[in-house]
Design a protein around this ligand. Structure first.
Ligand code: ADP
Length: 484
């Protein structure tokens, strides 16, 4: 069976991306399309998407169409464009009053309306296309009202009689909570009794919670994270709602789009390499260090980091451990990202204090992220929690040994190095504290000069397969099970 899948996402790479959701939306849909599924991917036509460089075509019968969102009404037009590096055409929902903002996400008072409008427009596009999806697959809080809306508001439409819903939680830390005073915006009218009543009484509405309550299946992006969020330490208040759904909650590790992330074909690199060309990787490191004006000796190890600089990423653990490593070891460090001021300041200070060893690039750079993955020896990912994490998966493929905390998708994708057998793919620490990370960095850097052992570890990682061919199959099986 090739399922018909309506996939709704608030971001899709490379058109609009703030994190892993964008990569997953693009790569999973590409995989589904390639496997013969009729997948129709809907996303906002943000003003940040460059309309001059993206070839896009108006969908004739979907121009200037009204859509109601509770008491509000908008008009949308749909454009179609080829998803870069794919033959899949996606649908861009254009509502300039909602999507012409300086950033993808905002703290504006109508934030919930922006994505309720996306959700409703996508569902109504299915109706106007005369299309009955087997699956409506929504993602994170932004589109999490889809299952409830389909059940209640669009339940009359026989087109959706057999439609089943999947909610994927990419990060439970973002729930999209808004005020109960805006309950009418959900548009359920008398069906507002289906909203979470205790929350309403407490003055709030939690979109993600409604996805958990009403989706036929709830997935998250790794098996370990699926278990973790059912408990109070990681559930961010939604553990009760998740536990109530029991078997409907499952984890599917994200895949990697190896067409974009493979050192054998990476267009960002001047020279490409595979597991038998580690000398090229070493050359790239030297070139990179020189370009960054960093120290580059025969034994210099390069540590890399790419992250949204939020508390989730565990960067606090570097405050004490990293300066010591830089002082005592032949090590350089390159960090890319932006976010909270205290983290940015830490990396800026570090760069001032160790000018020959540290470069901090504040901001977002696709080019630099590929270079860091390719040129580094070690990738540092000490996350407090990590639903899946993509960078450790990229690192494995690039022969860049990950140092990770044993949580979420990091636990599911990096196996601890065993010095006796030589097995394993990285360095894994358990406790969220500085000594634990310091131990992992020390252990990695102690092994680094042992070229034979190190290269074996590097090749172990490069041999791992986290392709969508494997992970995407698990989604297809889920769709089939739900549709049966
Ligand atoms: P999260 O979704 O929590 O941000 P993931 O590891 O799942 O973390 O995905 C992050 C994605 O965003 C990766 O593809 C990573 O390379 C990319 N990324 C994050 N920050 C930057 C940045 N500053 N520049 C370039 N790419 C970045």
């Amino acid at each position: 069976m090739s399922p018909a899948v309506c996939f709704i996402a608030s971001e899709v790479a490379p058109l609009a991306k703030s994190g892993g959701l964008a990569d997953v939306a693009a790569a999973l849909c590409k995989y589904l399309h390639g496997s013969g599924a009729d997948v129709r991917l809907f996303m906002p036509f943000y003003s940040s998407i460059d309309r001059t460089s993206l070839e896009h075509y108006p969908v004739g019968f979907l121009q200037d169409v009204p859509v109601g969102v509770g008491p509000h009404s908008y008009r949308y037009s749909v454009y179609t464009a080829r998803l870069p590096e794919s033959s899949l055409f996606l649908y861009l929902i254009d509502i300039p009053v909602l999507y012409s903002r300086p950033t993808l996400y905002t703290n504006d008072p109508d934030e919930h309306l922006r994505f309720l409008a996306l959700t409703r427009a996508a569902i109504e596009c299915c109706q106007r296309m005369g299309w009955s999806p087997d699956i409506v697959h929504c993602n994170d809080w932004h589109t999490a009202f889809a299952p409830l809306l389909l059940r209640y508001l669009y339940g009359w439409d026989r087109r959706f009689a057999h439609t089943r819903t999947v909610l994927t939680i990419h990060n439970i830390g973002y729930q999209g909570v808004f005020s109960a005073a805006q309950a009418a915006d959900v548009g359920l009218g008398p069906g507002s009794t289906l909203l979470h009543q205790d929350d309403l009484r407490a003055g709030r509405i939690n979109p993600l919670k409604h996805g958990i309550m009403y989706a036929d299946a709830i997935t998250t992006v790794s098996p370990t994270y699926a278990r973790e969020i059912c408990g109070s330490e990681y559930g961010m208040g939604l553990e009760g709602a998740l536990r109530q759904r029991g078997e409907a909650v499952l984890g599917i590790l994200n895949g990697v789009d190896y067409e974009l992330w493979d050192p054998r074909t990476d267009p960002y690199l001047p020279r490409t390499y595979g597991p038998d060309e580690l000398d090229v990787k070493a050359d790239l490191k030297r070139e990179f260090l020189t370009r960054l004006r960093l120290r580059s000796g025969p034994g210099t190890a390069l540590l890399g980091l790419i992250a949204r600089m939020t508390p989730q990423k565990g960067l606090d653990l570097l405050f004490d451990s990293l300066p010591e490593v830089l002082e005592t070891r032949d090590v350089c460090f390159v960090a890319l990202g932006n976010g909270e001021a205290r983290y940015e300041q830490f990396f800026e200070n570090l760069q001032r204090r160790f000018p020959a060893q540290v470069v901090f690039h504040r901001g977002y750079s696709e080019d630099l992220s590929h270079w860091i993955e390719a040129a580094s020896d070690v990738f540092v990912m000490p996350s407090r929690y990590e639903p899946c994490g993509l960078n450790q998966l990229y690192s494995l493929r690039y022969g860049t040994v990950p140092i990770v905390r044993r949580t979420g998708g990091l636990a599911d994708s990096v196996t601890p190095y065993n010095p006796v057998t030589g097995d394993g793919t990285g360095f894994v620490f358990n406790d969220f504290d500085t000594p634990a990370l310091a131990w992992a960095m020390r252990t990695a850097l102690d092994l680094y000069p042992d070229r034979e052992a190190w290269e074996r570890l590097v090749r172990n990682g490069m041999a791992q397969d986290f392709s969508w061919q494997r992970q995407g199959e698990l989604y297809i099986r889920l769709y089939e099970r739900l549709s049966a």
